[in-house]
Design a protein around this ligand. Structure first.
Ligand SMILES: Nc1ncnc2c1ncn2[C@@H]1O[C@H](COP(=O)(O)OP(=O)(O)OP(=O)(O)O)[C@@H](O)[C@H]1O
Length: 296
């Protein structure tokens, strides 16, 4: 597997606060990767390490085959749109594009202008006067026109209304299809990740809880409902991710590569949201408590 991001025993501490702990991860190339986890889990820290904006406390991280931020060639391979889609408020849309052209060796000016026209952004408009959605689209345009191998987006849609979010993700998906670039995208909106991502990483309490192809993860996880019983008595190949009990009933989220034939259980599949919630909330409550924001 060609890895676009490879982390080995990666740690990052801020003072005494552990933001990322012993993170070992291989993200394959050319995927759209959803990074999800509770507030403070370490998502921005991981993305900033991948973009070369932070350096590890210990361990290693490689992105597109090199050390993040190590020289102009490496910088050209990776696009990064930080949280809150930062743009220069005093610069116009056109000035942003000119700056992009000057700073990025593989800059695709035709692509940038085509996107700006399609989005209906006026070249003379100052970025500070754009709406949140327009600023996000401008930042995405700069990221895409740089023509990186990997585009890293930290909560790019958080401030957008549902229509702007759909447009933003649509633009992103088009760029992925046309350019074959890889994307790592963090978001709390699982429905957006479900729409856009084919690979999932769940980060909880500064550690990677699970990572893999979305289709494979969904196929390997099941919800078991049946008479109350001790989860420890399941067969060894059935790994309990989360367990919830009422007086008489047990509901388990289980990872199992093979089918589950025990007639005592009613077995059903999971959606991505259920899967993410099970890993974020392993101590039971396998019902639908919304620990994540879900918007459609
Ligand atoms: N510059 C900093 N100085 C000190 N602590 C920090 C700093 N940046 C982040 N942290 C801490 O590191 C941990 C991980 O933060 P991080 O921003 O990576 O989480 P996150 O998963 O992106 O959260 P959110 O979903 O809220 O954006 C948190 O406990 C946070 O308080």
């Amino acid at each position: 597997m060609t890895a676009t991001l490879r982390a080995r025993a990666l740690n990052k501490t801020y003072g005494r606060r552990q933001a990322l702990s012993d993170c070992t991860l291989d993200i394959p190339a050319g995927r759209v990767v959803g990074l999800v986890g509770p507030n403070g889990a370490g998502k921005s820290t991981l993305l900033n390490l991948a973009a070369g904006m932070l350096t590890p406390t210990s361990g290693t991280i490689e992105v597109c085959g090199g050390r993040p931020g190590a020289g102009p060639e490496q910088l050209a391979k990776v696009g990064f749109v930080a949280q809150d889609t930062p743009v220069y408020a005093g610069l116009s849309v056109e000035e942003h594009l000119r700056l992009g052209a000057r700073l990025n060796p593989a800059w695709d000016d035709a692509l940038a202008w085509e996107r700006i026209k399609r989005l209906g952004l006026h070249p003379a408009q100052r970025a500070g006067r754009l709406s949140g959605g327009q600023r996000a689209q401008l930042a995405l345009t700069l990221g895409i026109a740089k023509r990186p191998e990997l585009l890293i987006l930290d909560e790019p849609v958080a401030a957008l209304d549902p229509l702007a979010r759909r447009d933003f993700l649509q633009s992103l998906m088009e760029a992925v299809a046309e350019q074959g670039l890889g994307v790592v995208l963090s978001s709390h909106l699982v429905s957006d990740l479900e729409r856009a991502c084919d690979y999932l990483v769940v980060l909880v309490s500064s550690q990677v809880r699970i990572a893999g192809e979305v289709d494979e993860l969904l196929a390997a996880h099941h919800r078991l409902t049946g008479p109350r019983r001790d989860p420890a008595r399941l067969p060894g190949d059935q790994h309990v991710v989360s367990a919830g009990h009422t007086g008489r009933q047990t509901t388990l989220i289980v990872r199992s590569e093979g089918p589950i034939h025990d007639p005592a259980w009613t077995v059903s599949g999971l959606g991505l949201e259920d899967l993410v919630l099970a890993y974020m909330n392993p101590d039971g409550d396998t019902g639908a408590r919304p620990a994540l924001e879900v918007q459609r």
